[in-house]
Design a protein around this ligand. Structure first.
Ligand SMILES: C[S@@+](CC[C@H](N)C(=O)[O-])C[C@H]1O[C@@H](n2cnc3c(N)ncnc32)[C@H](O)[C@@H]1O
Length: 291
């Protein structure tokens, strides 16, 4: 199978215009955070963040397929001792633009070391906001199922009366609350909390995210041959993972030195034998919290 990766050097506010309407299946990106990394690639002032982002999200809405998904990795910074509200404001404005705010995933940074400030503890999680164009979008939930784990042996051995009786009154999971439905199964659906270590090799970029992060969302929201977009590509993590997984992708990066990093590690066109792609399936991701 032929996998295409288009890397674009430039400002995504301009470069996005080159992408056709309704073309992309998954947008996965981590934009520059407000002001926080101004030494490396110019921050945007927290008070101006929403105004800066909205023309970009408008273009993203145009290029995304109706069945597609936009995952935005973002976290508000602390300004004058309190959390700034630009992420909350951005969600409200994007809804006015036509986006549905479908879900919020949490990336728990497993390897975050302890720390303390006078009024807060070390920040060990980030948001991944999920936006869609419509209520019905492609989602391949079986692709991210996880091993049931040892809790099941204990839990399923001693089932109560309630466990054996289906109770659909409050949950819409399809399984209801009938715990007995899980007997004989060895995989379960994960939660919306991902326990992943942060990237320790920085690949000459100060804000690289771990490959497991885009990989999980690419599995969940796309199939081989689909198109993935990262408009703030950085060192090209999203695109490299997309290519390895047989997805076509587009990446946009404004700084030539980061663009060069992606170019070094990603081929524009890759012929991947179908059998090789099957062999590259990794061990299932461990979504259980650390002990
Ligand atoms: C948080 S980093 C992304 C890191 C990336 N996820 C990785 O793993 O390497 C954001 C990137 O967006 C780039 N950037 C900032 N403004 C941009 C713009 N207007 N258009 C395209 N890229 C931009 C920055 O240079 C930076 O490399």
């Amino acid at each position: 199978m032929r996998v295409e990766t288009r890397l674009m050097l430039g400002d995504c506010r301009e470069k996005l215009k080159e992408i056709p309407d309704n073309f992309i299946d998954l947008i996965f990106t981590s934009p520059p955070y407000a002001d926080s990394r101004s030494n490396t690639y110019g921050g945007i002032k927290p008070d101006e963040y929403v105004e800066w982002f909205l023309p970009i999200s408008k273009e993203l809405l145009r290029v995304l397929k109706p069945t597609g998904t936009f995952i935005l990795n973002i976290k508000e910074k602390v300004v004058n001792g309190e959390r700034h509200t630009y992420v909350i404001e951005l969600i409200l404005e994007m809804r006015k633009q036509g986006w549905l705010w479908t879900e919020e995933f949490i990336w728990h940074k497993k390897n975050s070391y302890p720390g303390k400030w006078p009024n807060r503890f070390r920040d060990a999680w980030e948001r991944l906001l999920q936006f869609n164009k419509q209520r019905h979008f492609h989602m391949y939930q079986e692709e991210v199922m996880i091993p049931m784990g040892s809790w099941a042996d204990k839990r399923l051995k001693n089932l109560s009366h309630t466990d054996l009786v289906r109770d659909n009154s409050r949950v819409g999971s399809g399984f209801g609350k009938r715990v007995a439905n899980w007997i004989g199964r060895n995989k379960v659906y994960p939660t919306n909390v991902l326990h992943l270590a942060t990237e320790t090799k920085n690949r000459n970029h100060s804000a690289v995210f771990p490959e497991d992060l885009p990989e999980w969302f690419i599995k969940l929201f796309t199939r081989e041959g689909d198109w993935v977009l990262d408009p703030f590509m950085g060192s090209g993590t999203t695109n490299r993972v997309a290519q390895r997984m047989g997805r076509n992708s587009i990446g946009i990066e404004i700084l030539p030195e980061y663009f060069a990093l992606s170019q070094q590690s990603i081929q524009p066109v890759l012929e991947v034998p179908e059998q090789l792609m099957l062999l590259e399936e990794k061990e299932p991701y461990d979504a259980h919290p650390p002990e």
